[in-house]
Design a protein around this ligand. Sequence first.
Ligand SMILES: Cc1ncc(COP(=O)(O)O)c(C=O)c1O
Length: 447
Amino acid sequence: MSDDESDGTADESDRPGGGFGTRSVHAGQRPDPETGAQAPPIHQTTSYVFDDADTAAARYALEEEGYIYSRIANPTVRTLEERLASLEGGGDAVATASGLAALDSATLVLAKAGDNVVCSTDTYGGTTAYLSKTAAARRDVEARFVPTLEYNAYADAIDEDTAFVHVETIGNPSLVTPDFERIADIAHDRGVPLVVDNTFATPALCRPLEHGADVVWESTTKWLHGSGTTVGGVLVDGGDFPWAEEGYEEIAGPNHAYPDVDFSRDFPEAPFAAAVRYRSLRSLGNQQSPFDAWQTLQGLESLPLRVEKHCENAAIVAEYLEDHEDVAWVTHPGLESHPTHENAERYLADYGGMVSFGLEGGFEAGKTFCEEVELASFLANIGDAKTLVIHPASTTHGQLTPAEREEAGVTEDLIRMSVGIEDPRDILADLERAIEAATRACRGDDP
Ligand SMILES: Cc1ncc(COP(=O)(O)O)c(C=O)c1O
């Protein structure tokens, strides 16, 4: 097909090179065929004109490809979806309004009332709350939490009603990396898919689909976008799980919302993604907006460069904290002292931009430290170009019980630091000042 005839859809095969850096910039996109615009246009439209009634009917029946309404699909959002599917190595992807919207969309398709989800305890507080307080209480989907590294516990927890097993690549905020292949084998032996939250690693550091995961989701709000301006999420379908064999009724067999459609038959490359689009996005309205997708596409272009710098700076910060007398403990996947350093070495290309630590002054020192930083921002995000800090026990995990916090690896003194891409000397100077101020305040010393 010549450029003139092009429909503008993605085909990375006509791009020079298929390396990760090249795909971060090009996958899913080519210059706009009508105008030659190099940047992806923002298709800020709700709907798409049908040529005739037969076309309209065929699109609604999913017999013909084509856009209908932007709650279901939008060309700018499609560019982002195709780029992320390429970066994660999946069959297709669906972008959502937030990371949690991705989890909700996946749960809707995979779990019916009466099912259960087996989830590792080293998990983001919002995911824990979604599963235990929302899915469980409002959708009758039971949440079964198992200690992340106790592999037999996954086997014991899975039964015939288990909809999926869920783990994070690098747990938030304990930074624990599980043995994915082992958990995938346990889940697959029992006919259950493994769903991985890859937010902390991004595909620049780990592609869980290469290690047995069946579905990957992430918050694009964090490193994928990278500048802290845009909330979003994505679900990536690995395309290999035998949905029909294992009886996933929203994905395989005649669909009760589309009686003539069987997603596993009609969308064989990525039936889960198709089911999410036509069942979850269509009915929940969890879709991502074109402007947000466009913003995230800008961020993705520099993903490999930013992640490299985040990792470099986080390693410098972790070493500095390890040697600091007022620091009680520090954890970072790259430190040999980290309990899952070996898994991190095996599964991650580098160790990520997160560092967690505790001050000798405990809970109060953790809170004061967050108030005292000047270069770093005290806020609820991670994965920004700027350094960010928070004290989870009094904020993100504040609504969990002390026992739930302990299970999630959130000690009372824990400070979570998302290390930015600033000059490392400035990050260390800020840390030094804030640690000193927090320590002094907790000792009751005069300034
Ligand atoms: C590991 C992890 N997963 C998912 C989410 C949820 O993402 P979002 O805030 O985009 O809904 C977060 C948010 O902090 C997170 O840290």
